[in-house]
Design a protein around this ligand. Structure first.
Ligand code: XIL
Length: 298
């Protein structure tokens, strides 16, 4: 097939992009989006600060714009993200303890209910594990409400939208390391105790290389009984950008439970990694070598 989405669909997968509501009036941007992708993720529009700017008062305007764009394309929509230590509204940042816990769980319930039946997979919890060799949780206001905050969030999300796949999503978990092993142990514990979890997202914000055990890391999560997805792929521009992109694509295709790949933006100029040119289309919307490399690998 001649597009990313159609090529991914040949093996039952999707190929998605993170998109921004503020760019949907750009014809070059939407032209590429409509042509190439069959999944969308809101880059910021479904985060806590965007959807609940004051406590108990919800704003779905921009989130709905992303949803409607996805629906108009016949695309999957990945929900991102219900709970995260970053991009919290200031009112939540100032809460703690049981007050924060109930506000957080209410947030999960309200947002997942608003989008009930529309979301393919939710990143229920984002980036809750610490970097480095410890393999444990990241300190955050949410973590300080008690170690069970993650399972409480997953249970609330399942109750609100039983048909959405529920994912845990993180970065620096793209190879076998202490952090990814910590996440895997949580997945195994959740599975053993009946806590609802369906998928793990690997952000894959990569530098100039790909971990040699990238595929085997995906496989060990799949073997634990969850789907895996590449959720925020971007790769520093260097001599081997196209090679790294192809390696990620081949790894996903080699793991039957890897259901799709999302790149974190469309053109280099749309990227949050300013100046790194980490995406598949250049600033003018032309296909880069990395694009061709992904298409050939799909
Ligand atoms: C980034 C967005 O791309 C930026 O526009 C925003 O300013 C900060 O967040 N991990 C995630 C994403 O899970 O939500 C982040 O997105 C990138 C890192």
């Amino acid at each position: 097939a001649s597009t990313l989405g159609a090529s991914a669909a040949q093996s039952g997968r999707y190929f998605g992009a993170a998109i921004a509501a503020g760019r949907l009036s750009d014809g070059t941007y939407t032209g590429i989006l409509n042509r190439e992708f069959n999944s969308v993720t809101p880059e910021n529009e479904m985060k806590w600060d965007a959807t609940e700017p004051s406590r108990g008062s919800f704003n779905y305007t921009n989130g709905d714009r992303i949803l409607n764009q996805g629906v108009s394309m016949g695309a999957k929509v990945r929900g991102h993200a219900l709970l995260w230590h970053a991009q919290q509204p200031s009112w939540a940042q100032s809460l703690s303890g049981s007050t924060l816990r109930s506000a957080a769980i209410n947030h999960v319930t309200q947002v997942a209910t608003h989008y009930k039946g529309k979301i393919y997979a939710w990143d229920v919890v984002n980036e809750a594990f610490a970097d480095g060799g410890g393999g444990g949780r990241r300190d955050s206001n949410l973590q300080r409400t008690g170690n069970d905050w993650i399972e409480a969030a997953f249970r609330a999300a399942r109750a609100a939208d039983p048909n959405a796949k529920l994912c845990y999503n993180d970065y620096n978990t793209d190879g076998v390391n202490a952090k990814s092993t910590g996440v895997l142990n949580m997945v195994k514990d959740f599975k053993a105790r009946g806590v609802p979890i369906d998928c793990v997202g690997f952000q894959s914000h990569l530098g100039t290389g790909i971990p040699g055990d990238y595929q085997s890391n995906l496989q060990r999560f799949a073997d634990a009984g969850v789907d895996v997805q590449i959720t925020e792929l971007d790769v520093a521009q260097g001599g081997n950008q196209a090679t790294v992109y192809a390696g990620v694509t081949r790894a996903c295709l080699a793991v039957s439970r890897c259901t799709g790949i999302t790149v974190w933006g469309i053109r280099d100029s749309d990227s949050w990694r300013t100046g790194e040119n980490p995406l598949l289309f250049d600033n003018s919307g032309n296909k880069k070598a990395a694009y061709t490399s992904v298409l050939n690998a799909l």
